[in-house]
Design a protein around this ligand. Structure first.
Ligand code: FES
Length: 163
């Protein structure tokens, strides 16, 4: 179900912890599985649990709790807008509203062309630069409708190296 490369990566993560602490490798193992397959379908979550020798329910508990795990296919660009207190007080609802209007989708939805998924997430630890969002492994802070428009245009133009 997973490539040799992913299985090796999971084994490496598992090797960092004592024998009785397989659960400690679960976050990383799920991330590796998702990176390879795009999202975590039920069978894949069960498979990751099996690899680590854990009850499947433990893997489901983790996979369904954290928003970084996708339980269904997502777009090429997943826009994770923080909606927690600092961001909310600084206009995250307007940011989400602007993205919804621009992309024609609501939180939790993906555009028909498969390019964008919009998601509202909990605090990402960049509160002082609220409102903010995560896209891939980058944070975009002090968001405004204008900065979002520029970013969306770049992404629609095929740029992966957006700042
Ligand atoms: S409240 Fe948005 S990053 Fe903390």
């Amino acid at each position: 179900m997973l490539s040799e490369k992913s299985l090796k990566a999971i084994a490496f993560e598992r090797s960092k912890y004592p024998q009785e602490e397989a659960r400690s490798a679960l976050l990383a193992a799920l991330r590796i599985a998702q990176e390879e397959q795009g999202y975590l379908r039920d069978e894949l979550i069960e498979y990751v649990a099996e690899i680590l020798g854990l009850p499947a329910i433990q893997a489901f508990e983790v996979a369904t709790f954290y928003t970084m795990y996708d339980l269904k296919p997502v777009g090429r660009h997943k826009l994770c807008v923080c909606g927690s207190v600092s961001c909310f007080l600084n206009g995250s609802d307007q940011i989400i509203g602007h993205l919804s209007k621009t992309l024609g989708i609501g939180p939790g939805e993906t555009t028909a062309d498969g390019l964008f998924t919009l998601q509202e997430v909990e605090c990402l630890g960049a509160c002082k630069d609220a409102p903010m969002m995560q896209l891939g492994d980058r944070y975009y802070e002090n968001l405004t409708p204008e900065s979002l428009d520029a970013l969306i245009a770049q992404l629609r133009g095929g740029s992966e190296d957006v700042r």
